[in-house]
Design a binder for this molecule. Structure first.
Ligand SMILES: CC(C)(COP(=O)(O)OP(=O)(O)OC[C@H]1O[C@@H](n2cnc3c(N)ncnc32)[C@H](O)[C@@H]1OP(=O)(O)O)[C@@H](O)C(=O)NCCC(=O)NCCS
Length: 194
């Protein structure tokens, strides 16, 4: 899939699936993330081997990745991971990260919307997001979209600086997520995507 989108400030971007040969582009994107945004990621995105393995996982068919590009450079990355486990097969985990210069322009919301479409296609009934407590912007965007904080596990994970952090798990039923997204985008042209 490929979709052209316009951000709040008029910037034209492209959304498409991640290809295996996007590795160098992805490494460049991760290298531009400020330490503050890298700090809470669950893998070491500066390690090419680790990132390569992550891309490889998309071939197995239960991880779906979308990227946003501006002038052929990656500016955001989104993932929907389906649980391979029988008892969690109704669930999909969502992750999204946007390059600093493109934040607060609606791109996070656009990516969540696209991941929502994917989730529906894959018959996901419940979407979950996991984050560390300091990831305030992420908590805001997902709360705004109707996610509720289901669980907080104190000192459960470790950030890149080695500091223990609380893990927050937020959950939203897929059908409720649509209601919130629809409310956000109102009658803008994105409805044509339905
Ligand atoms: C979370 C993140 C993806 C949001 O992306 P974004 O493109 O800036 O988000 P949007 O511009 O679509 O913002 C959507 C809403 O989120 C909230 N929001 C976004 N950034 C915010 C910030 N820094 N502070 C407070 N609220 C914020 C706002 O409510 C905003 O809606 P509004 O602009 O209508 O008020 C981005 O901040 C990011 O990449 N953070 C680092 C990685 C991360 O924490 N990822 C989440 C892990 S799942």
């Amino acid at each position: 899939m490929e979709k052209k989108e316009t951000l709040k400030d008029g910037t034209k971007i492209l959304i498409r699936g991640l290809h295996v040969n996007d590795l160098d582009k992805l490494m460049k994107f991760y290298s531009t993330l400020p330490p503050e945004d890298q700090k809470y990621l669950r893998i070491d995105v500066t390690d090419k081997k680790v990132v390569e393995q992550r891309i490889e996982l998309t071939k197995a068919g239960n991880v779906f990745r979308l990227i946003a590009l501006f002038k052929d450079e990656i500016i955001a990355d989104g993932a929907l991971e389906l649980s391979g486990e029988e008892w969690r097969k109704h669930q999909g985990e969502l992750r999204v990260i946007v390059a600093r210069p493109f934040q607060q322009k609606g791109l996070g919301m656009i990516l969540v919307r696209e991941m929502y479409f994917l989730a529906v296609e894959k018959k996901v009934e419940q979407v979950i997001v996991k984050m560390m407590r300091p990831q305030i912007a992420a908590q805001r965007i997902f709360r705004k979209l109707g996610f509720r904080e289901e669980l907080l596990i104190p000192d459960y994970v470790q950030d890149r600086g080695g500091k223990k952090q609380d893990l927050i798990i937020m959950v939203c039923d897929t059908k409720d997520l649509w209601n919130e997204l629809e409310h956000f985008y109102g009658d803008s042209d994105w409805q044509r995507c339905r």
